[in-house]
Ligand binder design. Structure first.
Ligand SMILES: Cc1cc2nc3c(=O)[nH]c(=O)nc-3n(C[C@H](O)[C@H](O)[C@H](O)COP(=O)(O)OP(=O)(O)OC[C@H]3O[C@@H](n4cnc5c(N)ncnc54)[C@H](O)[C@@H]3O)c2cc1C
Length: 454
């Protein structure tokens, strides 16, 4: 079998290493526009907490020694499905028996005048981080346009670098796709007290060059009432974090079914059974709400990649869908949401909430007496000590009926531990493994691919 993987990010890397750990003599080829690395550690490289060498998940040399054939810094440009060939830039092509499409996503800038000018940066790729590291310096005024998850991953590095920070968000609150209004209000208050300027309900309309060499951002009313009146702000550096889109253009015309992303079934196969898709390009089922969506998060890409690596060597396991989870920490305050945190159409508005002094907030969304989603905000050192984030995630994942413990959580939302222990969620989750067995046999050392980047 000739296995071909396109994209060496989280999904592709996990597929290849799983595949080769299960069948070391497998014939596998990786085609990737970039050397394999983890985007989620880029904020730590931006803040210089780690070196560039720590960003990479595995080196080309190591992959070659493991037996993979490599086409690094090469792009796939099309598919000839009838001939089972992947077309590459430069005119070459590769034959496959099965193929994984794991090309991830790219950042998208809004089409406003001046957006492509000097001193305007993205933060999605390693190259973006390298450029931004050269641009920031203590005292610099930095404006981040878009106050979503990606913006929040770089709040700490920029504050630690001594930058003065302004967040600009079109929606009425920060993290609009991760937090409800009450949770966002706690976070916004915390950040403002620590000197971060926040403009919500503000739409970026134009970026201009000011005479003093700075950038001038002109803002109009965004999606809130009454909305920000026309206003402006200046910055030395502008970072655009307004959204991403799956890298699928090269597959238009391939005949594969594409909706929000590549539509996949329970085995993560696309509409062509010889072709799998994983990570930010795959449209999967949300295990909690049942909705179809692209779940552009690290855990989903990792799990799907591992399952496909196993399936490619004849050991398929069903994918039961992903669970949304996002955790950010900004200036010492942690915010997390899981599952059906907004209480959307699937479960109706059945939420309970609680607040406590010191910037603590909880919201629980119920499906009968099961926890379907949660939002949690609090000082990071306290949440870490309590481990409530982990326990709430476990309660949602295990989907255990909580019986009388639901009432306890609804009345006393900060007493998670009792409900977690009483529910038996830990016992339910502990034996669950993605591939139906430990990652490697317990009586053998870990495969050489694990943890080696040289
Ligand atoms: C700054 C930052 C912080 C993040 N933090 C978190 C976090 O804390 N938690 C979380 O859950 N998620 C986080 N994410 C999101 C997470 O990194 C992505 O969901 C994850 O990387 C998706 O994995 P993937 O394999 O689908 O795609 P990617 O990791 O993006 O890999 C795709 C690969 O495909 C290559 N490629 C693209 N097109 C082609 C082509 N035509 N031919 C060949 N190769 C191609 C790309 O160069 C890339 O190497 C973060 C992302 C960023 C940018």
């Amino acid at each position: 079998m000739k296995h071909v993987v396109v994209g060496g990010g989280t999904a592709g890397f996990n597929a290849i290493t799983t595949l080769l750990s299960l069948q070391p003599d497998a014939d596998v080829t990786l085609v990737s526009a970039e050397t394999p690395y983890a985007r989620m550690v880029l904020p730590y490289y931006l803040s210089s907490e780690i070196d560039e060498s720590n960003v990479y998940t595995i080196s080309p040399g190591r992959l070659t020694r493991m037996g993979a054939k490599l086409h690094i810094r090469q792009r796939a440009t099309g598919l000839d499905r009838a001939a089972k060939r992947l077309l590459l830039d430069g005119g070459a092509s590769l034959e496959y028996d099965d193929l994984l499409l794991a090309t991830g996503s790219s950042s998208v800038r809004p089409p406003v005048p001046g957006i492509d000018g000097a001193k305007v940066y993205d933060h999605w790729t390693l190259a973006d981080t390298q450029a931004l590291r050269r641009a920031i310096r203590p005292g610099a005024q930095v404006a981040i346009v878009g106050a979503g998850f990606i913006a929040f991953t770089i709040v700490n590095p920029l504050l630690h670098a001594g930058c003065r920070l302004t967040l600009v968000e079109r929606e009425p609150r920060v993290l609009p796709r991760m937090l409800n209004a009450a949770a966002a209000e706690v976070l916004e208050g915390w950040l403002r007290e620590r000197g971060v300027a926040i403009h919500t309900g503000a739409n970026l309309e134009r970026i201009e060059d000011a005479p003093d060499g700075k950038k001038r951002l002109l803002l109009g009313a965004g999606n809130s009432e009454p909305g920000t009146r026309n206003s402006e702000l200046t910055a030395d550096v502008v970072i655009v974090a307004t959204g991403i889109k799956p890298n699928l253009e090269w597959l238009r015309g391939s005949g594969l079914e594409i909706n929000h992303g590549l539509v996949v079934d329970e085995q993560l196969r696309t509409s062509d059974p010889a072709i799998y898709a994983a990570g930010d390009v795959a449209e999967i089922t949300d295990a909690i709400t049942g909705q179809r969506l692209v779940m552009a998060i690290e855990t989903a890409a990792m799990e799907q990649g591992r399952l496909i690596g196993s399936a490619m060597v004849g050991q398929p396991r069903p994918y039961h869908g992903g669970m949304l989870m996002n955790v950010v920490e900004a200036a010492g305050l942690q915010a997390a949401s899981f599952g059906d945190w907004s209480g959307g159409p699937a479960h109706g508005e059945r939420a309970t909430e609680g607040r406590a002094a010191g910037a603590h907030y909880r919201r629980y969304v119920w499906d009968g007496d099961r926890l379907a989603g949660a939002v949690i905000v609090g000082p990071a050192h306290q949440l870490a000590g309590e481990n409530d984030i982990g326990m709430l995630k476990g309660l949602i994942q295990a989907r255990r009926p909580l019986g009388p413990w639901k009432e306890l959580l609804a009345q006393r939302p900060f007493e998670v531990r009792k409900a977690y222990l009483a529910s038996g969620a830990a016992g339910e989750l502990l034996p669950r493994t993605l591939l139906g067995r430990p990652s490697w046999p317990v009586d053998q050392p870990a495969p050489a691919c694990v943890g080696e980047t040289t």
